[in-house]
Design a protein around this ligand. Structure first.
Ligand SMILES: [Zn+2]
Ligand SMILES: [Zn+2]
Length: 239
């Protein structure tokens, strides 16, 4: 038996062979067509042990033992050293992903999140033994209202794990009149809403993209300040 559905990205018809496996809920229905699927760049093989960047993408002069220069610098920073144990990501950033991400985030095509379910769950297995509580990176209330959904929460909901939304984000304020130190701390707009739920627990932060790692570390730092144990992160993309 064959079932037809349409690719969520290009809307071409996809045929899914429907047999006993699918009937029993064991098979996977394809959400995107093969010609779309092959355009994503999946991260597989050796990666920087800290940030999960594909090792082949790290220039030779930026390879230090098992981590990259960026990660070495983060660990030398006295504010952020130890804030994040490790990050893993599913895809590298490329032109195709840039378009898909824009559709997802900025044009509100929320259903796109579902096309990443299987691969995200696979990457989540890396963390499953760690007994992590899942925390999506939040949006400020204003941004959430504009966008209509939190892209990180939708990704977190694809995973099979306990989600707690203990992190919140306030809107950026004008920084000009503040002293320098005040400014640096004020740049971190994350805060923990309920410190009691955080103490000594391990957290896995979920976000759509890891670029410089600043967002993830700012969030991790607030959780640590509230008494959290080890913190790692899983993002859809490592740019
Ligand atoms: Zn397609
Ligand atoms: Zn790295």
């Amino acid at each position: 038996m064959t079932e037809m559905n349409n690719c969520l990205l290009c809307h071409e018809t996809i045929s899914n062979t429907f047999g006993w496996r699918e009937f029993l809920g064991l098979g996977k229905e394809k959400r995107i067509c093969t010609s779309c699927s092959v355009q994503f760049s999946r991260i597989s093989g050796e990666v920087c042990v800290k940030c999960g960047r594909l090792w082949l993408d790290v220039p030779l002069e930026h390879r230090h033992d098992t981590s990259c220069t960026d990660c070495v610098k983060w660990e030398q920073d006295k504010e952020y050293s130890g804030a994040l144990s490790c990050n893993r990501s599913v895809f590298s950033y490329n032109e195709f992903m840039k378009e898909v991400l824009a559709r997802y985030k900025f044009r509100g095509d929320a259903v796109i999140a579902t096309i990443f379910q299987d691969e995200l769950r696979q990457a989540f297995q890396h963390f499953q033994k760690g007994n992590y509580v899942i925390v999506p990176i939040p949006l400020s209330e204003e941004r959430l209202y504009e966008r209509g959904f939190n892209q990180s929460l939708l990704l977190a909901q694809l995973l099979q794990g306990e989600i707690v939304e203990v992190l919140c984000k306030k809107e950026a304020e004008k920084q000009s009149k503040k002293a320098r130190m005040e400014r640096i701390d004020a740049e971190n707009q994350f805060f923990v809403s309920n410190e009691e739920t955080v103490k000594n627990r391990r957290f896995l932060l979920i976000d759509d993209i890891y670029t410089t790692g600043t967002t993830i570390r700012m969030a991790a730092k607030r959780l640590k300040e509230a008494g959290a144990g080890e913190i790692s992160s899983l993002t859809l993309i490592r740019s």
